[in-house]
Design a protein around this ligand. Structure first.
Ligand SMILES: Cc1cc2nc3c(=O)[nH]c(=O)nc-3n(C[C@H](O)[C@H](O)[C@H](O)COP(=O)(O)OP(=O)(O)OC[C@H]3O[C@@H](n4cnc5c(N)ncnc54)[C@H](O)[C@@H]3O)c2cc1C
Length: 402
């Protein structure tokens, strides 16, 4: 790689590399081979200099420009790549550590995420704390040079294959709910961590229940500050919405089965493309897809200039969810309903059945609408009675009952 390489040359090099290295076939997520293929591809990407393109060299990145990263992402979106298993680590946990972690955490954790040797998950949701995640009950108590963590998380994507997790825990129940939380890095292989897969309607265990039973976590595993975990969580949630908005890990993207290109190809092969109603539906879909792409480009440009996209991330997330839902419905229609009647083991049927998930994961549509109403439109805040009281006094919690 020469220092004089222009963005255009970089793009062509990326295009060539992807053409010769993108796996011809990707095993199903249910197949244990998937993980081997995914890790191998990620390592090859790292060795070729296409991982962490605009991240600091000191922590394993390439130290190149954000525009070059964008060029690579555009080229990569023309392929179906086995990268979804790294999305939470690279899209959410790594940027959070780069923003608020210590140098020691950056040195220890970023590079193995980039080369695929370590996989991460994010542990926020609990059975009684999803949308209102600040009501979570998982406790961490200091004992000598460790925290002792006890509690249960749920819907944890990828926990079954993760080496590390970023977990939000309650460290101080005597202050209002947002002020007594702490973000920790937890070793998912540590004694006392139990992962139970949850199978969804696609037939795949995309997420898990995770139980913590006297799990020891070192004091230096705090990301951000003790009792200021809500601040760290907000950093992570912003990255989560941006990762979802950019289509990471979905069957959308510019060439997936639920993209305009994928749907048009399906309509052509089923012979339905000649029908005006199918053409109209495809045009409507194309307009929404293009509008979202332009909106995302604008947000990405702002992020590259260091401007916080704020609540606009919620608009992108909402629209991305709507686009995927429409793509799912269209795929079923264009396929003459065979998708709906088909076996969930069929890849397209599984993609279609997974489309409602985006309206829930990463914050439900209703929560995104509230954020947009309050922070973008300036409408009155949703009334909340429990944001000023010490968490321990909250009557509906076990802490409150204690
Ligand atoms: C595919 C997928 C992957 C996920 N991965 C992870 C993960 O890796 N880590 C993790 O921690 N979590 C994960 N989640 C969990 C996700 O963040 C929660 O499901 C989500 O925040 C909603 O919480 P809940 O399921 O408890 O629903 P609830 O919060 O109980 O909501 C139930 C319903 O009530 C509505 N509602 C709740 N509060 C309000 C309100 N104030 N105003 C209006 N409507 C409201 C909701 O919109 C929803 O329709 C994942 C979820 C999915 C679907």
């Amino acid at each position: 790689m020469s220092e004089q390489e222009t963005i255009h040359q970089f793009r062509l090099r990326a295009r060539d590399w992807l053409a010769s290295h993108a796996p011809a076939t990707i095993p199903s997520r249910k197949d244990p081979e998937y993980l081997r293929v995914a890790r191998e591809f990620r390592r090859a990407m790292f060795e070729a200099g296409f991982a962490g393109i605009d991240w600091p060299v000191a922590f394993g990145g390439q130290g190149r420009t954000a525009a070059e990263r964008r060029a690579f992402e555009e080229e990569a979106s023309n392929h179906i790549l086995p990268l979804v298993v790294f999305d939470i680590g690279l899209g959410m946990c790594a940027p959070t550590i780069l923003s608020v972690g210590t140098d020691e955490q950056k040195r220890r954790f970023i590079r193995p995420m980039l080369d695929g040797s370590e996989i991460w998950c994010q542990l926020f949701s609990e059975p009684a704390a999803g949308s209102d995640v600040a009501s979570l009950l998982t406790r961490a108590v200091v004992d000598g040079d460790h925290f002792i963590v006890n509690g249960q998380k749920v819907w944890t994507t990828g926990a079954e294959v993760s080496d590390w997790g970023m977990i939000l825990v309650r460290t101080n129940p005597d202050v209002p709910k947002h002020r007594g939380l702490t973000m920790l890095v937890v070793d998912m292989q540590a004694p006392g961590v139990t992962v139970q897969p949850l199978v969804d309607m696609t037939g795949v265990a995309h997420f898990n229940e995770v139980f913590f039973d006297d799990v020891h976590v070192p004091l230096d595993a705090v990301v951000g500050e003790v009792d200021r975990g809500w601040d760290t969580a907000r950093v992570l949630l912003t990255h989560e919405r941006l990762a979802v908005t950019s289509g990471g890990g979905t069957a959308g993207g510019s060439s997936g089965p639920l993209s305009f290109a994928g749907l048009k190809a399906a309509a052509e092969s089923s012979g339905i493309l000649a029908e005006p109603s199918a053409q109209q539906a495809l045009v409507d879909f194309y307009l929404l897809e293009q509008s979202l792409r332009l909106f995302n480009d604008r947000i990405t440009r702002d992020v590259l200039r260091g401007v916080d996209p704020g609540a606009r991330g919620s608009v992108g997330k909402l629209l991305q969810g709507e686009l995927l839902l429409r793509g799912g419905v269209l795929a079923a229609e264009l396929d003459n309903g065979d998708v709906v009647a088909g076996d969930a083991a069929d890849e397209l049927a599984a993609d279609v059945l997974f489309t409602p998930a985006l309206a829930i994961g990463g914050g439900t549509n209703e929560i995104q609408l509230s954020i947009i109403a309050e922070r973008l439109l300036g409408l009155p805040r949703e009334p909340a009675s429990d944001t000023k009281l010490p968490f321990r006094t909250k009557p509906t919690t076990k802490e409150g009952a204690a």
